[in-house]
Structures are given as structure tokens and as C-alpha cells.
Design a protein around this ligand. Structure first.
Ligand code: WTA
Length: 638
């Protein structure tokens, strides 16, 4: 079986095969990769207790597949183009040989500083090539990378460093985003104030801004590199298939963000396989994903997927609207991009800026357009299809999650039928089911249900770092024998899936996941605030906006509430970062609670979405009059 499927019939038969003989199916796919020691066992363990293991007796290092293997046939081909924030400054391009050499040199530098296999390294960096290099160097030497999006606050960064017990942090003095410069090293210093685990910080100088360096701990990237022999080989650490590759923190319904764990073997196989099939890249193609490596999309589909397939990938430092809203299309034209992958929020934002920005550019190189992160609404789908793809490019609406490691439901390039706002069919080997709240399988098409995955796949979450119980409770216990996604979905009469959105207390703002609980806990730190409840509401550009209901010790007057809202907002910025700033803060005297003290979020969601009457059954409310009071104020706020 080839790695890349070539027709929809071939897709159908691969899917059938994966159902009847999953072990043989996955073994054939896995054998397309280079193993340090071949596996005999394909899969073991159970979904029930998340003890699943893939290729468990095999050994593999993802970087030998992403780098070394490509040296043989395409050492001089560009592996990575880096497009800087400022279109007038110089970019950078790395051939596979150059990338291999640079990763090796940095891997050696990390080894020389004492980083060992299994140690956790936190990366807090802007979108510069050194981020991809550091990711790959960690994997090379068997260190576990944990990239933290550079928009997170010192507190959020510190929580992640602490949870991972990282021994090293890699950062930059500052990052550039559009016209702004964001100090990063200062944030790291703040985050490390009470830290005991971190031995060294490596700092890449990205801008000319000075930053504080603690000589006992901090080393410039340049000096770390200089301390090694530039051409010395860097042996790829021998990795058991189930050894950890990375931890990526993501938000859930409750508590603090959890560290999703992925492993070398299963992740290599599924990242390479899904990339090859969804984007249908051919030799010579130039693929661009506009995500940030701080999120899973950047891990799997900027760095690993494209390199595993021997492709050319682009990394962009900036933002879609700088210096003007034509920037994405300028980049597509400049590099003759063939596959472009972005988020609905970016499409909607650019759509709102006017067609003239996209019409100015030659986009004839584009062949496949991708969407990820949230449901794409029909209007945005059509604009993307017509204005960007000139009605000739299929749109692959890719549904997946940090926990799934790779794309689960999506069209495969131009092979699959398309339907606006529908992710479509699962990838071969992926077996989704819809269930009702009691866990009964919904067999009929045309119905809505809770989206689960019925069979294990290689890149499924292994655990939540340091807390396996939490992993079980969140994903594997709600519906025994299945992985529960937290999403609601609908299957149409042809079996195509449309993912509707989260059914839990996770909100998706511009494609970024936040738990309502983590925002509430930040809000509750505000002096004078007693309690808060946060819900999402439909937002034209961001997909969802954040509406916070806040109770204060003393109900603030009109003028006090401006100050109070600012203070509450400040707490969210401190606790999480600007990206989680509430769009609306509404002060309330009480929250709709049941007699057992549970907040009825259903009502709060309705109010936030401007739906002020039909609240359904409110008879279990302790004090139904609070609802009227909230509605009254919301009417004025919205
Ligand atoms: C949502 C991002 C509809 C979904 C890769 C999921 C989507 C969450 C889609 C995961 C899509 C992602 N259509 N919804 N094509 N893609 N989602 O972990 O709610 O940041 O559960 O992974 O985003 O977000 P995460």
C-alpha cells in the first residue's frame, strides 16, 4: 500500500481494510518510515485505561525520518523558507542539508550543556527559524520539547515550566509581530523567579533590544553554537517508539491546562501519513501553514509533517494584516505556494478588509486550501474558495485536536467530495462514532451527537503529563472503549461529518482553546471580586467571544465599573495572556445557580448570545429573579 492514496476508491478500500485488519493496515503505513529497530508488535493495550501502545518494541527517532532520510535524495532541496515579519528585510532558506547541519550543531550544543534524553525543555519563542531548529534538536537528542505559545503570560509560562519540571528554557530577547515588539526574555525571567528546575536558558537575539542576562544561567544562542564543532555529527538518540517526543499544554473543561503527551513512534507515523494524504503534496510543491508552532497545528503541519514527507515548508514570523491585509497573498505569490493552510478566523478577518487585497496577487500556483481550528462558516468557505482559490482549489476542512496529534476528519486534496462547512470523511484508519449522552451509538445519518473515536490510532494522546487519572477521566471514561473528543457533530445523509463545536466548558477564540475555569480563576484574583462565570458567544471574526459575568463584594457604580473591569481584565492578562482577554465584562449581583450550587451556564450562554427569552426549565434555580437582573444589564451591554 503506498503512503499516499491516489483516488477516492483507493480511500474507500483503505478505510475498509483498516476496519477489518487494523494491525496490518497500520504496519504497512509504519513501514514507510525508517526504524532504528523494526517493530514486531503493532498495537497493544486498551482504550479503556489509555494503556495503548503503538509499535511498542520498535525504535525510531523522528528526526532521522524528517532530516537524514531526505539527505539521500533531496539534500539540496529547500526544506524550510522563513519569511520575516517585515517584508523588506531579508528572509532565510535552509536546504535539507543545511537544516540537518544546523539542527545537529544545536543538538550538540544542548548536549554539551548537559541536556539528557527524557529531560523536558520549554521553548518560548517567536516564529523564527531557531524555533523549528530547537524543536528538531530536542527530538534529535531525545529531550522532550514543550513549546509554549509566546503570547502566554509569565504566570502561564511558569505553570507549564513547573508542571513539566523543565531543565532548560529556550527563548529570544524579543519577538516581532506587525508593528509591535514583544519582550520575551523579561517574561521568562519573571516566570523563573521561584523556579528550581531550570538550569540554563538559551537566548536567541532576534531584535536589537537589550535584555537582562543572568550569567550563571543564561547563554546566547550564538555562543552556545560557537562552543561546538560546527560540522560534528549529532547522533540521533535511540528512542523507543513509546518514548515521549513532546508535551503540549492545552485547555480543558476544568482546572489548569494539561500537558498532552505524544511519542516518537506513533506520532511520526501519523504526522507523516496524514500530511501526505490531506495535502496531496507532490515533489516540487511549496506548502505553507500560517499557524504558530506554539499550537499543535504548527507542530504537526509546519515542522514534522512536511519534513517527514520531504516537502518544502514555510514559516512566517508576522501577522496577516501587516503591513497590510494583502500579506498572506503576497507570500503565496512570492513563494508560489501550492498548498495553503490557515484558520477560519484569519479568513473572516481578511474577508472583512475587502477583496482588493487578495485580487492584487497572482494566486495561480495554489492547488489545495486548508482550514483548521474551528468550524468554518459557509460565507467564509465561499470567499476562501472563490476569492483565494478561484473556484479551482478544493478546501480541506481539517478537524482534529491537540490530543489527536494529527488530522482526523478531512477531505484528501481534490480526491474527496466537498461540502461547505463539513469536514467530511475520516482519514483511513480513523473510525468516528456519534453517541447520545448515555453512550448509545447513533447509527442513522442526519443526526447530531457527541463525537467519539471508536478505535485507537497511532498518534492518540498517551497521557496528560504527570496525571494519568485526568487523562482517563477526560477522554476515556465518559464512554468506555472510546475516545471522547468533547465536540458535538452531525453526520449528513452521505455520512459526511460536520463538527459543530465544543459541548464542554472549552471556548474557542480565534481558534485558540481556553477553559472557562482558567479564565474564571484569573478573574477571581481581582481584588474585590467574589465570583465569576465565563461563557462563549458567537463572534463574527473570532468565532467565539468571551463574555464574563462578575460578582463583586460591592456592586460597582457606573464609574467604578470601568476601573473594576480594567482590573479584572488585567488579571486575565497576568494569569493567561492578552489572547484570553474577555470581550465583555458584565457585573452582576448574582449568578443563576441550582439549589446544589451549580451555575446554570446554559442560561448565561443564551443571554450572552442575545437570546433573552426562552430559558427552558428554570424551576431548579435557587433564585430565578437573578436572571431578570442579568438580562436587563446584558441588553444594555450587548
Ligand atoms: C475545534 C486544533 C470544527 C474543535 C487542531 C476541537 C474544529 C478543537 C476544527 C481542538 C474543524 C478544530 N471544524 N472544529 N475543522 N478543527 N476544531 O486542540 O472544537 O487547539 O475540539 O487543535 O478545535 O483545538 P486544538
Amino acid at each position: 500500500m503506498p503512503l499516499q492514496i491516489e483516488s477516492f476508491e483507493a480511500y474507500r478500500s483503505a478505510q475498509k481494510k483498516s476496519k477489518h485488519n487494523p494491525e496490518q493496515f497500520w504496519a504497512e503505513i509504519a513501514n514507510h518510515f525508517d526504524w532504528q529497530r523494526p517493530f514486531k508488535e503493532v498495537h497493544s493495550g486498551k482504550m479503556e485505561d489509555a494503556s495503548t501502545r503503538w509499535f511498542g518494541d520498535g525504535q525510531i527517532n523522528i528526526t532521522e525520518n524528517a532530516l537524514d532520510r531526505n539527505l539521500r535524495e533531496r539534500g539540496d532541496q529547500i526544506a524550510l523558507h522563513w519569511e520575516p515579519n517585515d517584508p523588506n528585510s531579508e528572509g532565510q532558506s535552509f536546504t535539507y542539508s543545511e537544516l540537518h547541519r544546523t539542527v545537529s550543531q544545536f543538538g550538540n550544543a544542548m548536549r554539551a550543556m548537559g541536556v539528557k534524553k527524557g529531560e523536558r525543555v520549554v521553548l518560548y519563542m517567536p516564529m523564527v527559524p531557531e524555533l523549528a531548529i530547537a524543536v528538531l534538536a530536542c527530538a534529535r537528542i531525545g529531550a522532550v520539547h514543550s513549546v509554549v505559545f509566546a503570547g502566554f503570560s509569565a504566570q502561564a509560562l511558569s505553570d507549564r515550566i513547573e508542571d513539566a519540571q523543565a531543565s532548560m528554557v529556550i527563548t529570544a530577547n524579543a519577538g516581532r509581530r506587525g508593528a509591535k515588539t514583544i519582550p520575551l526574555k523579561a517574561t521568562v525571567d519573571e516566570a523563573l523567579k521561584e523556579n528550581q528546575s531550570v538550569q540554563n536558558v538559551i537566548v536567541k537575539s532576534v531584535t536589537s533590544d537589550p535584555c537582562f542576562m543572568d550569567t550563571s544561567r543564561d547563554v546566547w544562542w550564538k555562543d552556545a553554537m560557537l562552543s561546538t564543532e560546527p560540522l560534528a555529527p549529532c547522533s540521533a538518540e535511540i528512542m523507543d517508539a513509546e518514548d515521549m517526543l513532546f508535551i503540549l499544554y492545552t485547555s480543558g473543561s476544568t482546572g489548569k491546562p494539561k500537558g498532552v503527551v505524544h511519542t516518537h513512534g506513533g506520532y511520526t507515523v501519523y504526522a507523516g501519513y496524514s500530511f501526505a494524504n490531506v495535502f496531496q503534496c507532490q515533489p516540487g510543491d511549496v506548502y505553507w501553514c500560517s499557524a504558530d508552532i506554539g499550537w499543535i497545528t504548527g507542530h504537526t503541519y509546519i515542522v514534522y509533517g512536511p519534513l517527514l514527507q520531504g516537502g518544502t515548508t514555510i514559516m512566517f514570523e508576522g501577522i496577516p494584516t501587516f503591513p497590510d491585509p494583502g500579506r498572506y497573498w503576497a507570500i503565496c505569490e512570492k513563494y508560489k505556494v501550492t498548498q495553503f493552510y490557515t484558520a477560519p478566523t484569519a479568513i473572516r478577518a481578511l474577508m472583512a478588509c475587502g477583496d482588493e487585497h487578495v485580487e492584487r496577487y497572482d494566486l495561480s500556483s495554489l492547488r489545495v486550501l486548508g482550514s483548521v481550528g474551528e468550524p468554518i462558516n459557509e460565507e467564509a468557505w465561499h470567499w476562501y474558495h472563490e476569492k483565494v482559490g478561484h473556484s479551482k482549489c478544493p478546501i480541506v476542512d481539517t478537524w482534529w485536536q491537540t490530543e489527536t496529534g494529527g488530522i482526523m476528519i478531512s477531505g484528501l486534496g481534490n480526491l474527496s467530495p466537498q461540502k461547505p462547512a463539513h469536514a467530511g470523511y475520516p482519514l483511513p484508519g480513523i473510525h468516528p462514532v456519534l453517541v447520545d449522552p448515555e453512550g448509545n451509538t447513533i447509527k442513522d445519518n442526519g443526526k447530531e451527537g457527541l463525537l467519539c473515536i471508536a478505535a485507537p490510532w497511532p498518534s492518540m494522546i498517551r497521557t496528560t503529563y504527570g496525571d494519568h487519572e485526568r487523562c482517563l477521566n477526560t477522554y476515556f471514561r465518559p464512554f468506555p472503549g472510546r475516545y471522547f473528543t468533547g465536540d458535538g457533530a452531525k453526520r449528513d445523509e452521505n455520512g459526511m461529518y460536520r463538527v459543530i463545536g465544543r459541548v464542554d466548558d472549552v471556548i474557542n477564540v480565534s481558534g485558540h482553546r481556553f477553559g472557562t475555569a482558567e479564565i474564571e480563576s484569573a478573574l477571581n484574583q481581582t481584588p474585590g471580586v467574589i465570583e465569576s462565570a465565563v461563557v462563549g458567544y458567537e463572534h463574527e471574526i473570532k468565532g467565539q467571544g468571551i463574555h464574563a459575568y462578575v460578582i463583586c463584594e460591592q456592586f460597582p457604580s457606573e464609574s467604578e465599573s470601568i476601573e473594576m473591569a480594567k482590573a479584572a481584565e488585567g488579571q486575565v492578562i497576568l494569569g493567561i495572556g492578552k489572547i484570553a482577554r474577555p470581550d465583555r465584562i458584565q457585573f452582576v449581583a448574582g449568578l443563576p445557580k441550582t439549589r446544589s450550587g451549580k451555575i446554570m451556564r446554559r442560561i448565561l450562554r443564551k443571554i450572552a448570545s442575545g437570546d433573552f427569552d426562552q430559558f427552558g426549565d428554570t424551576s431548579t434555580l435557587l433564585d430565578p429573579s437573578v436572571v431578570d437582573e442579568i438580562v436587563d444589564k446584558a441588553k444594555r451591554l450587548i
